[in-house]
Design a protein around this ligand. Structure first.
Ligand code: URA
Length: 243
């Protein structure tokens, strides 16, 4: 059960506007509590009682998004250029707690990305201790030389500037320049740096799975998304079959 909170705080934390806006909407009679016109911004309410212009509040109990990140978009709020957040309703950007992506995909990487305001979910999906793998489809500039699979699986691969070796990762060869790579941790530019360490270069990179959730089963086109709950998401990513 949610704790009652001030009406103006509730609406501003859901990104509807600043508290002054809320006072204005109340005066106009646009806000109702259990069907009755709201009387004060300081009224203590829970979200399910409130309607704004007759509508339920948008994702009042938290927001978790399954997103197909397109090529060229950046997982940041502040950089120049195309930001992933531009693919979502503007109101979501003003929410508190804020949305953040679960790890990041590079500008030139596409694929499955989770965005959530739930810190615990974020931790569960990123902590290596929780064993949620991430699978990438990779095309390479040069043919594999043959030793990469064993090296990546060894747990001994040291990347430049890191102070400990990568956890064992599974490389599956589709052909000599196309592979899938399953990681059990998420370091900065990890896939690109792993192939750079074996003198190759990643030409295209797509995250195809998070745990047992596959991008293809979502049917999401680049730049599109669906919303879910942390519980449903955890079920999707921890189904027993391996990606
Ligand atoms: N590894 C990378 O190099 N880039 C990503 O975006 C994800 C994993």
């Amino acid at each position: 059960m949610m704790k009652p909170e001030r009406l103006d705080k509730l609406l501003s934390n859901l990104g509807y506007g600043i508290r002054k806006d809320v006072a204005h909407w109340i005066r106009r009679g646009w806000v109702t509590i259990d069907g009755e016109r709201a009387t004060s911004p300081a009224q203590k309410v829970v979200a399910d009682q409130v309607r704004l212009e007759g509508k339920e509040l948008d994702h009042a109990h938290g927001l978790t998004i399954i997103y197909h990140k397109p090529l060229g978009a950046v997982c940041s709020r502040k950089e120049d250029g195309l930001l992933i957040y531009e693919d979502f309703p503007e109101r979501w950007i003003g929410r508190k707690p804020p949305l953040s992506s679960v790890g990041r995909l590079d500008k030139e990487t596409s694929g499955l990305l989770i965005i959530t305001d739930d810190g615990q979910l974020n931790h569960q999906l990123t902590s290596p201790k929780k064993h949620i793998s991430k699978t990438y489809a990779v095309t390479l500039d040069k043919p594999l030389s043959g030793h990469e699979k064993a090296l990546f699986a060894s747990g001994k691969l040291m990347l430049e500037t890191d102070d400990r070796p990568c956890l064992p990762a599974e490389l599956n060869e589709i052909n000599e320049t196309e592979v899938t790579l399953v990681l059990h941790e998420g370091r900065y530019h990890q896939v690109r740096r792993m192939f750079a360490a074996v003198e190759n270069h990643v030409k295209t990179l797509t995250r195809t799975h998070i745990g047992s959730l596959s991008l293809s089963e979502t049917g999401l086109k680049p730049g599109s998304y669906q919303t879910t709950t942390p519980h449903e998401l955890m079920q999707l990513v921890t189904r027993s079959h391996k990606p």
